[in-house]
Design a protein around this ligand. Structure first.
Ligand code: NAP
Length: 281
């Protein structure tokens, strides 16, 4: 019988802890933990993400600073805003909502954020630290996966872990986190040969592909832990993951649903990183 990893429940538990830590920080310093969000342009999905992040901050007792710039903002305008946030001591974390409009140099903007305020964990330094297994601010989605695996008491040491997807924001940091937890890790991508064989040997299978119902029962080992990072729309416009849940679930020991699995943890880990950044400052 499989067990569902309930991302909403894990998220609620961690948010309560984050709120307490934010209160303690306030008692100690007289300042609220502060997160600055920079949104450039009118992308509707980005607007929803930013709204959700601001709401989550409020609920956790974290002060949010929203910075909205127009779609045609210039490189120097955005850099000026970000540099101001870097200097502002009341801000512990800075998040630039991606993607940025095409006229902007994303790397140059992200490079302005110092490692200690990089709560997305996307900076070269934070990624380098993760690779060296040093304390770092870790990308929120893979870190949320690790948090759920830990809370569920799932042993990783010596296990075969397979990550499908090698993006800089999910697949690669996910693989590194699993490796740092002593799993034996294989990373697959669109050029991987014998994908099905590799996946079907996985004790832990993480799908971060962006293709609806890509992972089917034939790719899953009996008793595997299956983590579905994907967020897709099926033919009826309904939200679905990269894993064909109904087809796969009976082979799993644990499985994350979509929605309600990895998704809820992502914003929670942003709050977590922001509180950690404040405590270290
Ligand atoms: P991405 O940058 O598009 O990367 C997708 C990865 O999947 C790439 O490495 C790609 O390989 C690989 N891939 C594509 N087709 C494949 C195939 N047929 N076989 C094997 N590998 C294949 O996407 P991402 O940003 O990592 O996101 C992945 C999914 O997670 C998306 O659905 C996204 O919406 C979702 N997501 C969810 C959250 C959350 O909070 N739950 C957060 C972030 C992302 P190549 O490198 O060879 O192209």
């Amino acid at each position: 019988m499989y067990r569902i990893i309930d991302g909403k429940a894990h998220s609620a538990k961690l948010r309560a802890e984050i709120k307490l830590r934010a209160e303690k920080y306030f008692e100690r310093t007289g300042r609220r933990v502060g997160l600055a969000v920079v949104l450039v342009g009118n992308d509707p999905a980005s607007q929803v993400y930013v709204r959700n992040k601001i709401k989550a901050c409020e609920e956790a007792g974290i002060k949010s600073f929203a910075n909205y710039l127009p779609e045609d903002a210039t490189q120097s305008q955005v850099e000026e805003v970000v540099s101001g946030l870097v200097r502002d001591e009341s801000i512990n974390g800075i998040l630039v909502q991606l993607p940025l409009p095409a006229q902007l140099d994303e790397k140059r903007i992200l490079d302005l954020i110092p490692v200690e305020k990089d709560v997305d964990g996307f900076s070269e330094q934070n990624i380098g630290r993760l690779c060296l297994n040093q304390e770092s601010l870790v990308a929120c989605t893979p870190n949320g996966v690790m948090q759920m695996l830990k809370e569920e008491g799932i042993e990783l040491r010596g296990k075969n872990a397979v990550v499908i997807g090698r993006s800089n924001i999910v697949g690669k940091p996910m693989a590194m986190l699993l490796l740092n937890s002593d799993a034996t890790v294989t990373v697959c991508h669109s050029k991987t040969q014998n994908l099905k064989d590799i996946c079907s040997r996985a004790d832990i299978l993480v799908a971060a592909i962006g293709r609806a119902k890509f992972v089917t029962a034939g790719m899953v080992k009996q008793g595997a832990v299956v983590v579905d990072v994907g967020i897709n729309r099926n033919e009826d416009g309904k939200l679905c993951g990269d894993v064909d849940f109904e087809n796969v679930k009976d082979k799993c020991s644990y499985i994350t649903p979509v929605p309600g699995g990895v998704g809820p943890m992502t914003i929670t880990m942003l709050l977590y990183n922001t509180v950690c950044a404040a405590e270290r400052s």
